[in-house]
Design a protein around this ligand. Structure first.
Ligand SMILES: [Zn+2]
Length: 349
């Protein structure tokens, strides 16, 4: 390969236009006015590329040859495997548009991972979690909630509790056949109407919610919703999703000390985990479909949602309470739409 160059002899300010030949015998040959020399290439140092700056060969005796045809030089370097780490700098400088595009794609990729990958990973993990972990965590969580909300023993008559439990078991068997969890219903006397589910199938309901219900189907609507939370493992998934954010944060900040308390923090995390709207909707869909299949329709669930402030329906973040009312109206509208769609489908084309 022959390139045009400018030759600067050692200890001289003279510049000579030369033609520079790089051949496969690894020699560098210069020829120009008053210049004729051959040097072994391994004794010549080629300056690193830096943007579109002119590059030069440093010859063994201190002479210098500048080359302006950077592209031809790059081709020659590639062909002869002369690549160094500094080429990356060159790439970044000369291809900044390409680099910027790559950076944007990387950010989008990370964002997608956060939005879709994290919930998927949490879902996968929640269903893979050994049942023992769910059982122990659920027991500890109930103990914690009982203390936190000063729950007392239920005052609902035994016979009535047995009847509700019997219906609950029938629903759980229908809604979650082959469940790895043992569904149980526990009654508590509390200050507010409340119902919540724990990952291992333990569903808790307060006397106040039972008293508030105008019809038993309203209780069963709420229980159907809670069974869905167990079936889809929303509690464990919420905690895992939240702790995954926490994990990423730890990796980014390098503060490992915050990770130490994770294992023992599970019950507290479960007690405080509010469900996302997506999870609430999934639970509402399952409850609506079940209620429709029983011929009850969604009205009982809508009625009790409308009557009880859902802020008290689940333990969870206080922020949810702020947007409670519009959220309830939306949920009721959603349940009704689901029923209308189901009726339309049943009526056929
Ligand atoms: Zn819920």
């Amino acid at each position: 390969m022959t390139l045009a160059g400018t030759y600067y002899p050692p200890d001289s300010s003279r510049a000579v236009v030369v033609s520079l030949t790089l051949d496969d015998n690894r020699t560098l040959t210069l020829s120009g006015e008053g210049v004729a020399r051959v040097d072994a290439l391994r004794e010549c140092q080629l300056s690193e590329p830096l943007g579109r700056m002119v590059r030069h060969f440093m010859l063994p005796d201190g002479a210098r040859v500048e080359v302006e045809d950077l592209d031809a030089l790059a081709v020659w370097e590639r062909e002869h495997g002369r690549r160094t780490g500094l080429h990356l700098v060159h790439l970044l400088e000369s291809r900044w548009r390409w680099v910027a595009t790559a950076a944007v794609f990387l950010l989008l990729f990370m964002l997608a991972g956060y939005i879709w990958g994290l919930p998927l990973a949490a879902r996968h993990l929640a269903f893979k979690m050994p049942p023992q972990v769910g059982r122990v965590a659920s027991e500890q969580t109930v103990a914690l909630i009982t203390r936190m909300l000063s729950f007392e023993d239920s005052e609902i008559p035994e016979k009535r509790r047995a009847a509700i439990t019997q219906e609950f078991q029938k629903m759980a068997a229908a809604m979650h056949p082959g469940s790895p969890w043992q569904y149980r219903l526990k009654f508590f006397k509390a200050s507010l109407p409340n119902a919540f589910a724990l990952p291992d199938g333990l569903v808790c309901i307060t006397d106040e919610l039972i008293k508030e219900a105008g019809d038993d189907k309203e209780i069963y609507g709420v229980l159907a919703h809670e069974i869905m939370h167990v079936r889809e493992q929303h509690g464990m998934r919420s905690v895992l999703q939240n702790s995954a954010v926490f994990l990423i944060w730890t990796l980014m900040t390098g503060d490992v000390s915050t990770l130490a308390g994770m294992g023992s923090a599970l019950p507290a995390a479960l007690a405080q985990a509010g469900y996302s709207r997506g999870f609430e909707q999934e639970a509402d869909i399952g409850a609506a479909d079940y209620m429709i299949s029983r011929g009850w329709g969604v009205k009982p669930l809508c009625d009790i949602l409308d009557r009880i402030d859902p802020e008290h329906m689940h333990l969870g973040g206080a922020e949810e309470a702020i947007s409670t009312h519009p959220l309830t109206k939306k949920r009721i509208a959603f349940l009704q739409e689901r029923e209308a769609a189901s009726k339309a489908a049943a009526a056929g084309p």
